[in-house]
Design a protein around this ligand. Structure first.
Ligand SMILES: NC(=O)c1ccc[n+]([C@@H]2O[C@H](COP(=O)([O-])OP(=O)(O)OC[C@H]3O[C@@H](n4cnc5c(N)ncnc54)[C@H](OP(=O)(O)O)[C@@H]3O)[C@@H](O)[C@H]2O)c1
Length: 492
């Protein structure tokens, strides 16, 4: 296979594109056929031996890939050959194939293409963790993003807007700032030409910044810290500017502000459940079209060193992505998306657990015709006139026939099938219900739907998952539910 190799530490110009032996996965690893690999700032450091992780020479840079699993190690249980995945591999991605520890590999949702899969999590995962878990950014607060057109910076602009903040984007050129504006920035500062502190004062009417997102450090850090609002939060994300700033502690005291470290890699290892929740929220926002990584340029694998040169020279806006397999990245994704648009797709049983306590979706409307009621009456021998005799039922208080309560309940498996699907599962059984309440009659020709909330998801024998789902049934044009039931399923 071919790869871009670092054979001696130094700038990107020293990287060599050459043929090497394909790697073999160890027992806890998978081998991925790489479709796309994005370039991130640490790639520019790792090849110069300036990063915290120091792989042995020779190695290939590229820490974030998407592709298809070719082989799996013998201890890997939750991933399978042929599965579409994205992975945070650290290095090794600028190549046709890469081995990655299974715990750093995640199923790629069917609605997501490989280029997005290789571009989303590092930037958006970092920025969402910073804004949500560290700064607890609130609606209406002011967020200043330094290096706002860079990878993590632009993601912070997009996410901050989505979270309801007022965004001040700061970057070095007007062209970069124009893209920040497209992504939702309310105010712009060109910090190479304008006085950062003066602009902050003007934009916040002297109040100062509530939350600062700083991936640059260097000379911008101190003036920014001096511009904090009371109770402000300063997020230390990175030092792309070069110098690690040394700040006077008294500023934190005088401003009553907090300086908060952000280390997404460590967060994902030490708090995997919270990280997984973030990933699901980000994937759903992407699915809903609420966020989209900005792709600066696509590079071919033989030309992938140029992506690192462009990053180093501050040319990249958003993401630079290397296409490692054009055949894979050219597969149109829309065909897969359409039929599943309204369905919640879980890639595996683990993903389901993150939905406990949440609404997982609602079914489309289903009209209950007299034919459906008659069929149910026949199957259950319950042929009471209120269900099957329209003339007589017209004189009843309901004015028409009504569906059997148990008919509504028996639609649950169909509705659940409409609402969610678990990929890579062998089978699912809907085996019962609890605490059913029929609250209102359903007249013939009414449209019914079910809203599903996941109440519990617990381990079942033989690697299964037992789910308790609260199904709430509504008829059209009536906000009150007609039936509520706790539905029991097990999935393997
Ligand atoms: N803490 C974490 O968990 C975490 C996670 C991911 C990344 N990071 C760190 O965040 C920083 C940014 O990463 P990124 O992937 O967003 O990088 P990037 O895409 O290269 O963006 C960095 C931005 O910094 C600005 N910059 C200012 N001086 C620079 C210089 N001398 N060289 C390069 N850029 C300079 C540039 O914007 P202007 O030209 O507009 O100034 C550039 O757009 C890095 O230090 C990275 O290690 C930290």
């Amino acid at each position: 296979m071919k790869a871009l190799l670092c054979t001696e530490f130094g700038p990107a110009e020293k990287l060599i594109f050459k043929e090497i032996n394909a790697p073999e996965p160890k027992e806890n690893e998978v081998l991925i056929k790489v479709a796309a690999c994005s370039a991130n700032f640490p790639d520019t450091l790792i090849i110069e031996n300036k990063y915290q992780f120091k792989p042995e020479l020779p190695f290939s840079p590229g820490g974030e890939v998407a592709g298809v699993i070719l082989k799996i190690g013998e201890n890997v249980k939750k991933l399978s050959i042929g599965q579409r995945v994205f992975a945070l591999c650290g290095w090794g991605g600028f190549s046709e194939e890469v081995c990655v520890g299974a715990d750093r590999v995640f199923p790629l949702p069917d609605y997501m293409d490989f280029v997005t899969g290789a571009s989303l999590m590092y930037n958006f995962g970092t920025s969402y963790h910073a804004l949500k878990n560290r700064a607890h950014l609130q609606k209406g607060e002011t967020l200043l993003v330094l290096g706002a057109a860079g990878g993590v910076g632009l993601a912070a602009v997009e996410l901050g807007k989505l979270m309801g903040a007022n965004i001040i984007a700061a970057a070095s050129t007007d062209e970069k700032l124009a893209i920040c504006k497209e992504k939702g920035a309310d105010f712009l500062v060109n910090y190479e030409k304008e006085d950062l502190r003066e602009k902050i004062k003007e934009y916040t009417r002297g109040k100062g910044i509530d939350v600062v997102y700083d991936p640059v450090g260097d000379k911008y850090a101190e003036p920014t810290l001096r511009s904090m609002a009371w109770n402000g939060r300063y997020l230390v994300v990175g030092f792309a500017g070069g110098e690690i700033p040394k700040l006077p502690f008294n500023l934190a005291l005088l401003k009553g502000c907090s300086v908060l470290g952000v280390f997404w890699g460590q967060f994902s290892k030490l708090q995997p459940k919270e990280n997984f929740e973030n990933i699901l929220e980000l994937a759903n926002w992407f699915k809903e079209g609420k966020l989209k990584p900005h792709i600066f340029k696509k590079y071919s694998l033989p030309d992938s060193a140029q992506a690192l040169v462009d990053l180093r020279e501050r040319k990249v806006v958003g993401k630079a992505v290397v296409i490692c397999d054009e055949k894979l990245t050219n597969v149109p994704i829309t065909k897969i998306i359409e039929p599943e648009k309204s369905k919640r797709i879980y890639q595996n049983l683990e993903e389901i657990k993150a939905s406990v306590g949440k609404i997982i979706g609602e079914s489309p409307w289903l009209e209950i015709s007299q034919d459906i009621i008659d069929g149910f009456a026949k199957a259950t021998f319950d042929e009471q006139w209120i269900h099957v005799n329209p003339e007589k039922a017209a004189l009843s208080p309901f004015g028409s026939t009504i569906a059997h309560g148990l008919l509504t309940l028996s639609l649950s498996p169909k509705f659940m099938f409409d609402i969610y699907e678990v990929k890579n599962s062998k089978m699912g059984i809907n085996y019962g219900s609890d605490k059913v309440r029929f609250l209102q009659p359903i007249k013939v020709n009414s449209k019914v739907k079910m809203v599903a909330k996941l109440l519990e998801a617990t381990e079942a024998p033989n690697n299964g998952l037992k789910m308790k789902i609260e199904g709430t049934y509504f008829v059209e044009n009536n906000p009150k539910p007609v039936c509520v039931a706790e539905l029991l399923s097990v999935i393997y």
